[in-house]
Write a protein that binds this ligand. Sequence first.
Ligand code: PLP
Length: 380
Amino acid sequence: MKIEPFALERWMTTYETRVEFDIAESGIAPLSMNDLLALLPADERERTLARLLDLPLGYSEAPGSRELRALLAATYRDCGPDQILVTTGAIEANFLAFNVLLGPGDQAIVPYPAYQQLYSVPRAIGCDVALWRLRPEQGFRYDLDELERLVTPRTRLIVVNTPHNPTGAMLTPDELRRVHDLARAAGATLLGDEAYRWLEVPGEAPLAPPVRDLGAGTISVGTLSKPFGLPGLRIGWLAGPADFIAACWAMRDYVSLSPGKLNDALAVLALRHRDQIVARNRAIIERNLATAERWLAAHRDLVSWTRPRGGLLALLRYNLDIPSLDLANRLAEEWSVMLAPGAAFGFEGYLRIGIGQDPAIFAEGLERTAACLAAVERGA
Ligand SMILES: Cc1ncc(COP(=O)(O)O)c(C=O)c1O
C-alpha cells in the first residue's frame, strides 16, 4: 500500500515531547495508573493492584477479553460481545474497517477537514473519495443536502465523525438518522468514528446516539484515548454485525494480533468507572471553555473561533498574514506552546486547539499564544 504522509502526526512528533504547553492535544488530560486505582473504593485498591501485578503477561484473548467486550457491547443497543472487536486504538479500527469494506473504484464519502486517516486510507486503497465539506461560512455545520448530492450508485461507505475533529461540529439525532437513510438507500455502510463519544460540551445539546444503535448497515468505532484520557493504552474497538467483526478480526491476525493483556485489564477498570471519568472530563472542559472564552474576548481583534458543540476540538481563526505552519512552529520553538497548524487539515489561517488539557497548562498556553500573536502583529 502506498500512502501519503499523515501531516498532523508528522508535525506533532516534532514537538510533542519538547513543548511545555501542549494545547493542540486532542484528548482529555491523561490519567496515570494511580489515578485509575484512585477511582476504586479504598478497600479494593490493594487487591486490584495485587491482581494487576500478578497478571501473567501471556498473549491475551485475540479479539479482546470477553469481559472487556461485554462491557463495551453494553454501551450499544442490542449488541453482544461477538459484535465487538478490541483494536489498537480507533486508528486500527478504522484501518481494518476500510480494508474490509472498500476496494479500488468504490466511492467513499468522508467529512473534510478531518482526521487525515479517514480520507488517506480509502485513497490508498484506490477509492474515489468524495469530501463532504464543513465550511467556516456555515459555522462548520454538516450540510445534509450536500451529502445527498455526493451520494452515487458507487457509494459503498459514508463516514461520519461526530463530535468532529477538528471543528467540534456535531450531527443531531435527526440528522444522523437522515444520513443513515441516505446510506441505506444507496446500499452503503455508515461508519461512525466516535473517538469523541461521551465528551459533551456543557451548555450544548447532548450527543447523538452511537451510529451502531441505528441498526442495519452501521459500524461504530470507539476508543479509550480521548474520553478516558488513556491514549497510552492503545485500546479502541469496532462495534458492528458479527460477520463484519469476524472479517476484521481475520485481517487483524496479520497486523497486531491482539490487545496487550495489561492494557485490556486496565481498560476494564476504566470502563467500570466511566461515570467518574466523565464527571472529571466535564469539570476540565468547563474550566477550559471559560478560560478560552475570556481569552477570546480579550483578543477578539486577533483571534476567533466557532465554539465546539461537542468533543474537545475547535479551529481558531487568526487575523495575521502568516502561514499556519510558520505560526505553529514559532509558537512551539519560541514560546513552548503547541497549537496544531490548520494547514495539516487543509485550512490555512487557522490553528487547531484542544480544550481537554490540564487547566493550568491550558491557561498559560493561551497567554503565551496571545504574546506570540502580538509579536507577529508588531513584526517582531
Ligand atoms: C477522529 C479520530 N479518529 C481516530 C483517532 C485515533 O485515536 P486512537 O487510535 O488513539 O484511538 C483520532 C485521534 O486523534 C481521531 O481524532
